[in-house]
Design a protein around this ligand. Sequence first.
Ligand code: MG
Length: 458
Amino acid sequence: MAQELIISISGMRGIIGANLFPETAATYGAAFGTFLKEQTADKKRRVVAIGRDSRPSGSMLLGAVVSGLASVGVDAIDLGICTTPGVGIMLRHLHCAGGVVITASHNPIEYNGIKLLLDNGIAPPKALAEKIRKIYFEKQLKRVNSADCGQVWANDKSCEIHIDKVLPLVNPAQIAAKKFKVVLDSINGAGGPVGLLLLKKLGCNVTAVNIEPTGIFAHGAEPTEENLKSLCENVRKAVADIGFAQDPDADRLAIVDNTGRYIGEEFTLALAAQYMFAKNPGASAAANLSTSRMIDDIAAAAGGKVIRTPVGEAHVAQAMIQHQCVIGGEGNGGVIDLRVGPIRDSLVAMAMVLQLMAETGKTVTQLADSLGGYTMHKTKYKADAQRAKAIIEKAKQIFPDAKLNTSDGCRFDFADGWLHIRTSNTEPIMRVILETKDAAIAQKYLKTMESICKETLG
Ligand code: MG
């Protein structure tokens, strides 16, 4: 049976032909347009920037969302195939009232989705997302007559504007002098052309793999170790300095080191943070609660600090703005620099990691090994919100000395590691994430959690 269409804070995601149709997308576009018009009383025309990842269904959904927007008198700027961070950059560059990204990120090709952004480039906060949902479900659409219908025009400048924003973050001449050999795997997603252009501007000698944005993914779309075996192989064959893997909408980046070893997505933010803290001692960073402690070590060594947020890009971005963070992101390979935009950006991550290599003269292997030593364990249990709460309460009694953060489930920080327990927003699942340096200590915490869960869940 087809899964249900998911309508969450960050937008809509479903399976094409099963539960996500052009009609659905058009209604959702009309709901978003109605919402934007109701945000302020002025009669100014609203313009929305819209782009899509490379999935074959993207054109259909983009056209449908644009129709929906036009039906309520909202104009659209069609960016064509564009990365998620690229849409965020363009909507602010063009002073739009909002943005739409047609993407299902790392989900398989059957899926697609519609992600909404406000004029600041951030997904609507919960209260506003609820408003959009209500307009959509209750069909409170403010349709207009013929004369007021929205218009659509194209803009193909997203690649160059995106790169113009990223280059000033680093010293391109210093990177170019190193003539780094780079393998880029863009999984035939939206990030290939722009990623390749950036690396060329940084003087890299690039082997580009799966670069054409066809949407026919050459391997599993999530940039995980098992999906990136071919990239590891290509790095070894090319005797490259580094391998980069983007996900289909190019907001996440995974790294393969110069020996052809997948070092894990957690290192992407850690390496970017190492570069930024070296430049900004005493500064602040933001990361979600499930992100590795590596960033805390890096910040502490530079006299800085890390603000921990609930999981989700918008939470990290809001914390970065509030605390004027120089860097932020999530452990899934998502790096945010507010000078480019409040969205995770694989181009920002690539530029920073190359700059770190150029400045330190170290290989990725050396850089990663100097930070590493941590191992992360992820498990999940079938537990609804109420049972998850009971499990967290028991864990609090068992770990009375832990430092707690309860902004998203509960994170327990110990001297020798940390544990994050949180529930999923979309399914009755409780996730447990644990990180330690010592395998025996990890087993101790995992066993304790297992017995608490067994006791509560039966
Ligand atoms: Mg993504």
